[in-house]
Design a protein around this ligand. Structure first.
Ligand SMILES: [Zn+2]
Ligand SMILES: [Zn+2]
Length: 122
């Protein structure tokens, strides 16, 4: 029993180990596979389900990522808009000042950089 027996695929003629249940090349069931009554349809079904599962998971992951990205964007918008458009924080004392204020109403420190009053027309 040192030499492995070899069988040939009845469909494509591929040399197959006689331990194999299916031809590795075309998937045809070997005599051993037939004798062992290997569950070909069930395997196919399992593969199909596996593939569907992967696709589903991929789709769900993508949807989750998109949703997350959308939430993130909304959150950033919420975070940035009030701070940028309505309130200016003093860099020195941290006081809230009306947006557009150049000097802090609390400590008198400069809030807006010198050049900025020229640029932002909006
Ligand atoms: Zn074959
Ligand atoms: Zn201040």
């Amino acid at each position: 029993m040192l030499v492995k027996n070899v069988v040939y695929c009845s469909n494509c003629g591929e040399k197959i180990s006689d331990e194999a249940n299916f031809c590795p090349k075309c998937g045809t069931k070997t005599p051993k596979g037939k004798a062992a009554n290997a569950a070909y349809p069930a395997d196919e079904l399992r593969d199909a389900l596996h593939t569907v599962g992967i696709e589903l998971e991929k789709a769900l992951n993508m949807a989750a990522r998109e949703t997350q990205a959308a939430f993130q964007k909304v959150r950033e918008d919420l975070k940035q808009k009030p701070a940028k458009q309505q309130i200016a924080f003093c860099p020195k004392c941290g006081s809230k000042n009306p947006y557009g204020a150049i000097f802090c109403c609390n400590c008198g420190g400069r809030i807006a950089p010198v050049g900025e009053s020229h640029g932002g027309g909006a």
